[in-house]
Ligand binder design. Sequence first.
Ligand code: HH2
Length: 268
Amino acid sequence: MARLMGVVNVTPDSFSDGGLFLHPGRAIKHARELVADGADVLDIGGESTRPGSEGVSADEELERVAPVLEGVAGEGVRVSIDTSKRVVAEAALDAGAEIVNDVSALRSDPELAELCAERDCGVVLMHMLGSPRTMQEAPTYGDVVEDVRAFLAERIEFATDAGIAEERIWIDPGIGFGKTLEHNLELLRRLGELRALGRPICIGTSRKSFIGKITGRDADERLGGTIASNVIALANGAEIFRVHDVREVREGLEVAEVILGRREWAQA
Ligand code: HH2
């Protein structure tokens, strides 16, 4: 069954909701709404990774996310921390988070893998070409799907060598992270090829610019494209869907699962 990861961006500059939830009270309220809308996991992040972004210090990132982590503890929802930094991940795990979602796939901070192994938490390994600052400068691949598959295979090996249990790992092709429109479309079309890696596939298409390129819509008007791309990802093997609009995408995925014969449905 599809699992929904609701995005909580505690940042001034995220590409679609920057500044909306920088105030902890607003972020906590939003997080509770996402839980009411059916989020299985809340993905809390204090650093934007939008193309061109420079990153923030660990202190600043921690200052942003700490009150929100505290505010959602005890809500009965699993929490993941969207970070590449050990100190931020450690504080989040101490505050009850169970998953580390690292867009650098354990490449940024040499100490993060060790922490994840020690704490036996879930780990999301995502593909990115380059860094957020440079990743959209003419990204090139041999075969994008094969290159992403090989990268993720290598990162799974790195993680397990560091002592992280393979069962704790989710993989993510990193839609929009060093990819052209055509790369993103090819990855969504051939997502099933990543299933050979044997780990659940997490996908993040929500409101991303490839949708805007197709529909001509701004980031806050990309819900239709977000639902369509998540339904395709579901059909092609994704299991965890990282989205801003949890209720609408959950309903879309529910209908798709019934059509695909993957979900029981009985008329009330
Ligand atoms: N996308 C973003 C951030 N984190 N994590 C995973 N696993 N997969 C993704 O596709 C992914 C991610 C970017 O989206 P958002 O958080 O909305 O924007 P920003 O980085 O500007 O805060």
